[in-house]
Design a protein around this ligand. Structure first.
Ligand code: GUN
Length: 291
């Protein structure tokens, strides 16, 4: 059996189309244009690519994009001052500070300085608490994108066994909260989990978010399971020529697709959905700010 490939790129285009419609309607009825501010500190090449893509897609959706690129040596005080300025700016409805930040900056302090209503990443401690208690919050973009794909594929997730491999604040923990909210039986597994293979094999829904290239082989996947691969890892690809690289997920796609019922590819799965959800969150923040 070969798995159905869940096309995150196509799905994200649909989501972005709906966001663009919402933005146009808001302009028409209220004369308001949603605005997203993205702050990048330093010159991490992967972060630069993400920030560029975010800015481009923000504008394509009809929203305003404000990019703040700061030197790697920027002080924490100066970054906090910029966050305060963006908090107070009525044209900015969403604020995203790209992670990771340089070591001399306390990322938690910066994230918790963002006005919770503008925290389109959903990383502020207030939003984390709201999500954990099932209240209306800003939901982190990557897990939200995964949930949308799962709901689209399954309809109801109620009663399914979900295993999330990875316990990060950005993906693993909020993903588990969202799956619990949809009445899955949820296990969070990680590098210290005993019999990780066996735990993965119990999953009807397997979400891999560990950041280790191809660490989950096909024989860890229950036949017919739905596999969501959050990993985006660059590995050497000598077959493409000397010094070339390619992107792979945390799951070994070639073997997993023989066992899974459905699987997201890398690239073209979770990645495009993350940005689409960021845009959706920005529109949501703008609508809430304007009643
Ligand atoms: N770095 C990697 N993923 C993310 C994300 O979802 N949000 C932010 N702010 N930084 C990231």
């Amino acid at each position: 059996m070969t798995a159905e490939i869940i096309d995150g790129k196509a799905f994200s285009e649909t989501v972005r189309g709906k966001v663009a419609e919402g933005v146009a309607a808001l302009k028409e009825t209220h004369g308001i244009t949603p605005g997203l501010a993205v702050v990048l500190v330093g010159e991490d090449p992967a972060s630069q690519v993400y920030v560029r893509n975010k800015g481009k897609q923000t504008v394509e959706c009809g929203m305003q994009s404000f990019e703040h690129k700061l030197d790697a040596a920027t002080s924490e005080v100066d970054l906090l001052a910029l966050v305060e300025q963006l908090n107070a700016d009525p044209a900015v409805h969403g604020i995203l500070v790209q992670l990771p930040l340089p070591d001399h900056i306390d990322a938690d302090k910066v994230i918790n300085a963002i006005a919770p209503a503008k925290d389109v990443d959903g990383f502020h401690i207030l939003n984390v608490g709201l999500l954990g208690t099932g209240q209306k919050s800003m939901v982190p973009c990557t897990p939200l994108g995964c949930l949308m794909m799962l709901r689209d594929h399954h309809g109801s997730l109620s009663g399914l066994n979900a295993v999330v491999v990875g316990r990060s604040n950005i993906v693993g923990k909020p993903m588990a909260q969202l799956l619990l909210g949809d009445s899955c039986t949820v296990t969070i597994a990680h590098s210290r989990t005993k019999d990780l293979a066996g735990v993965c094999r119990s999953a009807d829904i397997l979400v891999a978010a560990v950041g280790r290239p191809q660490m989950i082989p096909g024989d860890w996947v229950k036949p017919g399971a739905t596999v969501i691969d959050v990993g985006i890892n660059r590995i050497p690809a000598p077959e493409k020529g000397e010094g070339k690289t390619r992107l792979v997920g945390d799951v070994d796609f070639e073997t997993a697709k023989e066992t899974a019922g459905a699987i997201t590819p890398v690239p073209g799965g979770v990645g495009p959905m993350t940005i689409a959800c960021l845009l959706a969150n920005t529109l949501t923040a703008c609508c809430r700010a304007n009643g």
